[in-house]
Structure formats: structure tokens, C-alpha cells
Design a protein around this ligand. Structure first.
Ligand code: NAD
Length: 497
């Protein structure tokens, strides 16, 4: 199929892809595939006002009924999976199965949110006063602005939107300026769900297109109480304080620098499979990509040899082609950054395997993944480079390995490969990994939607997706009801008059 066929099959019209100021390139061959119209910043106040008008109606719709909208969204996504997955491949450069996997993730979170819509619950709490009942109620919070990154161009919207909509919040989505096409196609799918739902308020789900300036209009508006922003730590460092300064609620999902500790007892064959998928999958462009390998000195050389062999056999190239495992980087600037970081690591004493410009489709930025043995955890290792670079470090004691794992500014995902129960439990304990995600005998990437997703430190502290992440989209109210004929005060205070 041609690029034009893929866009058409995903429901994009000529008007969607022509006549605009935002040029969209496919990472596959670097070709400009569309010129998309950008939202005029002057329109943002009206867009936000529409969302807030929708909020007034949506917040009183019973949550299970709100869940019905998300159920329909899941149905529409199932029907459109192949076409939307192919568009993700076209616009983000993911291999076919990962493009489809991203849409599957959207379907999964819809299923989760539908169940949640019948399970939004609060506590009842024992009151110290006779004839009193204390409880906790969760209410809708208000409009949720969603700012998303290029590398999960559609799933991140659904993680937020599915929960926000059942929680009673309207959503305004600003996708990455690198991936507006998948956003337009997704929003069209949402519009089909809304049409089938029937009586949802106008403005419940809106899409705005553009760069940071459009994002900032959401970030700076007092009328957007929740800002869920996914992207680089640099972006989060700007957005977080601005939202906090106007008393909004930020949900920040920022960069990671994820590590795996490989202990002497580890099943090395399993570790190799996990390392390769998590270090080179999505061409190293996942927030949870494995970036640091902390291997026990006794097995390090063996592990590096096995990895270098596996790396040499990985098919790199056209992500649409069956069998390809490593597609392109998002653009040439990203490849330049990767090459600059490799040069820096080499200057710091790194021994580099791979990490070269690779053949692929003419015009795309293809690379072979890099494996770099480092003498120490240098400044370059402590930075997130959004490309397939895996730094290898050695360790002697588990304490040393855990120290290395934690001694970076980011705190997203982590894991240990060991068959030693003491080591595994220590890694998961309060004295172990400081990340939001810590796994045993599983790589750091490819989380399921059932768990809360997010991380600490410069990863931003936000949580999305499963567990009780829904609470981030609601406001908590403590209620005390007095059903007695007395008016006792708490803490035994007397105030008789
Ligand atoms: P980016 O920070 O360049 O852009 C992300 C989004 O923020 C885009 O929509 C962009 O337009 C917007 N933005 C940028 N500056 C802004 C500003 N000042 N105000 C408002 N909006 C602004 O990130 P990217 O290159 O698209 O994505 C890669 C990064 O995202 C990596 O660091 C990766 O680790 C991170 N990421 C994190 C998660 C997570 O869940 N933790 C998930 C995916 C990606």
C-alpha cells in the first residue's frame, strides 16, 4: 500500500492532509505525507469553554453510563485496529506488530475503564462521634488536558481519556506535532463512538493540533484543572511548575533511564531475550526502553558476547516488512543525537559495538543498535538518549548494583534477573529499586495496563492506566453525616453557649 492508501484506509480525508501549515513526515522514508491544519491559539479559550460547558452536563451522568461511551470506543477501536495500526507504523515508524500492539493497548484500557465505571468507590471510616457516619466520595474533577509524545502517538491519549471520561471529565488532546495524523484518525474513531452513544455533550472530547504554544494554552489556563503531560524531562520541567503555580493538578510522565541488573544466578538465555526486546524494540524509543545493563563481573563478558551475537542478527529496515525488528528513528535529528552520544561515551572510555548508520529505506534514519561497555556510570550514561543505546556496567555486590541502578536522575522502570530469592526481594524492598516499576525476571518495557504506570524523580511522579490511577482524574470529598440529635464536637472540644 502507498502512504496515501494507508492514510485513506485510516479514515483521513484530503481536507485532513492538505492545505495546512504543519508538515508531517513519515520516519520510514522521510517523505512529507501531509500538511495538516494547526489550531489557531486564539481559538483556545473557546475550545476550553466548550469543554467546561460539557463538564457541567457530563459530571452528572452516572458513571456506568459514562462507561458505555468508553465501551463503544473500545468496539470502534477493535473494528479499526488494522488501519490505525498501519497509520501508527507510517507516522511513528513502528514495526507492524508494535503498531497493532499500540492499538491493542487502547482497547485494553477501554475494557479496564468500562469495568472501573461500575467500581468507582470510596471508603467508609469509623467516626469517633456517636450517631455519625464518615465517608469518602469521589467526584469528577473537570477538564483534562492531555499532551502526548510522538513515540506512543495514540495509546497515551487512551490511557488518559478512557479514565478521564468514566471519571466524568471532558478531555482536550494535544498530540505531538510529529504525529497529528494518528491523532486525527483516532479522534474520528472517538466521534463514531460519540455518535452511537447519542446524548454526550458537545465538546466532551476535543483535539487541538500544534506545537508547544498550543500545549501552553492548556498548561496556563486556570480552567483546565488537570494537565496530563507525557514527554521529555525538559518539557516536564517547564510544564510542571506552570501548572503548579496556578494550582492545577499535573500528571507528569517523563523520561526514563531504565536498568536491568543481571545476577550470577540469572537464566542468561532468558535475560538475553529480555534485554534484546527491551533495548532495541521500537528502535529504543520507548520511555521504558532498557538503557543500562548492570551485570555481575562473573558473567558480564559472557553476556556481552551473547548480546553482540544477537545484535548482529537483528533485521533492521522497513518497519512494514514482515520480519523487521528494528525500524527507523523518528527523524535525522534523533540519529544525529544518538551518534553524538556514542562519540561522548567513547571519549569517556566506552567500548562500542554497533551503533552505526544502517541501510533501510532511502530517506529514513536507520541505525544498528549500540552496545557500549562503560568503565563507570558517567554523565552520558546518566542522560536519557532516545535511541537504541545500551550501556553495560559491571558490579561485584548487590548493594553496588542497586546503588548504580538508582544513581540516575530518572526513576521509571527497572528489573533484576536472578534466581536468588533474597536478591529478588531485596531489589523490590524499600532499600531496593527507587523506580515506579520494578520487575523480576522480566525486562523493564512492555507494561500491562492493569498496573499503575509512571515513575519517580525526574520521571515526574505521575501515575496513569491501571490500579487506582483513576483517582488522579477525580476530586476526593470527605463527608460526615450526623444522624443523632446531638452536636458533639471532635477531639472532645466544648463550645457551649
Ligand atoms: P517532547 O517533550 O519533545 O514532546 C512531548 C509533548 O510535549 C509534545 O506534544 C510537545 O508539543 C509538547 N511540549 C513541548 N514543550 C512544551 C511546552 N513548553 N508546553 C506545553 N507542551 C509542550 O517529547 P517527545 O520527543 O515527543 O517524546 C519522547 C520523550 O517522551 C522521551 O523523553 C520519553 O521518555 C518520554 N515519554 C515518557 C512516557 C512516560 O509515560 N513516562 C511515555 C512516552 C514518552
Amino acid at each position: 500500500m502507498t502512504h496515501a492508501d494507508i492514510m485513506k484506509a485510516a479514515g483521513l480525508t484530503e481536507a485532513d492532509i492538505t492545505g495546512g501549515t504543519l508538515a508531517v513526515r513519515s520516519p520510514i522514508d522521510g517523505a512529507v505525507v501531509a500538511h495538516v491544519k494547526e489550531t489557531d491559539p486564539a481559538e483556545m479559550p473557546a475550545i476550553i469553554a466548550r469543554a467546561n460547558a460539557a463538564f457541567k452536563a457530563w459530571r452528572t451522568v452516572p458513571a456506568p453510563r459514562r462507561g458505555e461511551l468508553v465501551r463503544l470506543l473500545g468496539e470502534e477501536l477493535r473494528a479499526a485496529k488494522a488501519e490505525l495500526g498501519a497509520l501508527v507504523t507510517l507516522e511513528a515508524g513502528k514495526i507492524t506488530s508494535e503498531g497493532l500492539g499500540e492499538v491493542q493497548e487502547m482497547i485494553d484500557i477501554c475494557d479496564f475503564a468500562v469495568g472501573l465505571s461500575r467500581q468507582i468507590y470510596g471508603l467508609t471510616i469509623a467516626s469517633e462521634r456517636p450517631g455519625h457516619r464518615m465517608m469518602e466520595t469521589w467526584h469528577p474533577m473537570g477538564t483534562c488536558g492531555i499532551i502526548s509524545a510522538f513515540n506512543f502517538p495514540v495509546a497515551v491519549w487512551s490511557w488518559n481519556a478512557a479514565l478521564a471520561l468514566v471519571a466524568g471529565d471532558p478531555v482536550i488532546w494535544k498530540p505531538s506535532e510529529k504525529t497529528p495524523l494518528t491523532a486525527i484518525a483516532t479522534h474520528r474513531i472517538m466521534e463514531r463512538a460519540l455518535a452511537r452513544f447519542g446524548d454526550a455533550p458537545e465538546g466532551l472530547s476535543q483535539l487541538v493540533i500544534g506545537g508547544p504554544a498550543i500545549g501552553e494554552a492548556l498548561v496556563n489556563s486556570k480552567d483546565v484543572p488537570i494537565i496530563s503531560a507525557t514527554g521529555s524531562t525538559r518539557m516536564g520541567g517547564i510544564v510542571g511548575p506552570k501548572v503548579a503555580a496556578r494550582w492545577g493538578r499535573p500528571i507528569l510522565e517523563l523520561g526514563g533511564n531504565n536498568a536491568m541488573i543481571v545476577a550470577p544466578s540469572a537464566d542468561l538465555d532468558m535475560a538475553v531475550r529480555a534485554i534484546v526486546f527491551s533495548a532495541v524494540g521500537t528502535a529504543g524509543q520507548r520511555c521504558t526502553t532498557l538503557r543500562r545493563l548492570i551485570a555481575h563481573h562473573s558473567i558480564k563478558d559472557d553476556l556481552v558476547a551473547k548480546l553482540a551475537k544477537a545484535y548482529a542478527s537483528l533485521p533492521i529496515g522497513d518497519p512494514r516488512k514482515e520480519g523487521t525488528l528494528i525500524g527507523p528513528l523518528v527523524d535525522h535529528a534523533s540519529r544525529d543525537r544518538m551518534m553524538a552520544q556514542i562519540a561522548k561515551a567513547r571519549a569517556e572510555g566506552g567500548k562500542v559495538h554497533g551503533g552505526e548508520v544502517a541501510a533501510g529505506v532511502e530517506g529514513g534514519a536507520y541505525v544498528s543498535p549500540a552496545l557500549i561497555e562503560m568503565p563507570a556510570q558517567t554523565d552520558t550514561v546518566r542522560e536519557e538518549t532516545f535511541a537504541p543505546i545500551l550501556y553495560v556496567l559491571g558490579y561485584e555486590t548487590l548493594d553496588e548494583a542497586i546503588h548504580l541502578q538508582n544513581d540516575v536522575p530518572q526513576g521509571l522502570s527497572s528489573c533484576i534477573f536472578t534466581l536468588n530469592m533474597r536478591e529478588a526481594e531485596t531489589f523490590l524492598s524499600a532499600a531496593g529499586s527507587d523506580c515506579g516499576i520494578a520487575n523480576v525476571n522480566i525486562g523493564p518495557s512492555g507494561a500491562e495496563i492493569g498496573g499503575a504506570f509512571g515513575g519517580e524523580k525526574e520521571t515526574g511522579g505521575g501515575r496513569e492506566s491501571g490500579s487506582d490511577a483513576w483517582k488522579g482524574y477525580m476530586r476526593r470529598q470527605t463527608n460526615t453525616v450526623n444522624y443523632s440529635a446531638q452536636l458533639p464536637l471532635a477531639q472532645g472540644v466544648k463550645f457551649d453557649f
